[in-house]
Ligand binder design. Sequence first.
Ligand code: MRU
Length: 349
Amino acid sequence: MFKTIEWQNNNVIMIDQRLLPNEEVYRTYKDFLDVAEAIREMVVRGAPAIGVAAAMGVALGALKINAKDRKGFVKEFEKICKIMAGTRPTAVNLFWAIERMKRVVKKNHKLSVDELKQTLIQEAQNIHEQDIEINKEMGRHGSKLIKNKATILTHCNAGALATAGYGTALGVIRAAVEQGKKIKVFADETRPFLQGSRLTAWELMKNGIDTTLITDNMAGYMMKKGLIDVVIVGADRIAANGDTANKIGTYSVAVLAKEHKIPFYVAAPISTIDLNIKHGDKIPIEERNIREVTHIKDIPIAPKNIKVKNPAFDVTPNRLITAIITERGIARKSFEKSLKRMVKADKIF
Ligand code: MRU
């Protein structure tokens, strides 16, 4: 199997997701600025995975701080956190992970600079390990919603590649398969970055899970034909009322699911829930380089100088979501209440 991200001998190792499925290349990062660039450029992507990458990047940066006392260290540390926080705006896991790293520094007044560095490295590794556990727990809860012989549609990649391992939406699928259920998956290709065809199809096939690739505009046809029983997607940020930001195109799938009376589930860790944002309109949506739309692997597929929009995410309103699967259980409507209860009950960290 592959590893999405790892801390090894004070370096960060990441599989370069831009090159999949054609090449399996692992890159070694020694400098936090390069980790920040890797997040921006989508070497690593997916909300929980960029949280882990940010935490490891912060640890890498902290390790190289040349300060003798705490005051000097904290000044440099704050700068590193700020750079890391400026990489991508939508997935709240990035900010959540940086906050956890900051808390280590705030909380440990008595530690020397060297001890602080080691504690930060440990925290980044904890975030990594806990993410895998969280996904497995989510899988245990979510798989109860999946019947034997179900056909599941998923959008983008919410798998092992989007997390420290196992996956959120794909974690639920993996858990159902591990329980012996016969599951078929339809993967939306997910234009423009093709996370569905390049990443989801690749990692599910590696697991031997029955997967069929479709282009995004085929989902409605498949639903009308009665070929889809359930939709499961991941999330980049869930507002307090359950409105969910996820990869562009998720909203269209949710509307289609409603029309065809197909359950639409979101699987995401508690760290993706942002109670500070009341509803989805307030979630910042990243606009990415238009080249992602006009080119595929440097080959132009649109006329030069055409006007282009490239929002990377959309928001699915809570009314289109059947339930939200977290490591704490399954949240149902009203999401205001169920999500709040789940976040407050999260005493693990
Ligand atoms: O732009 P990306 O590839 O980082 O977007 C990823 C998604 O939208 C995923 O569906 C989401 O992060 C959930 S990952 C478990």
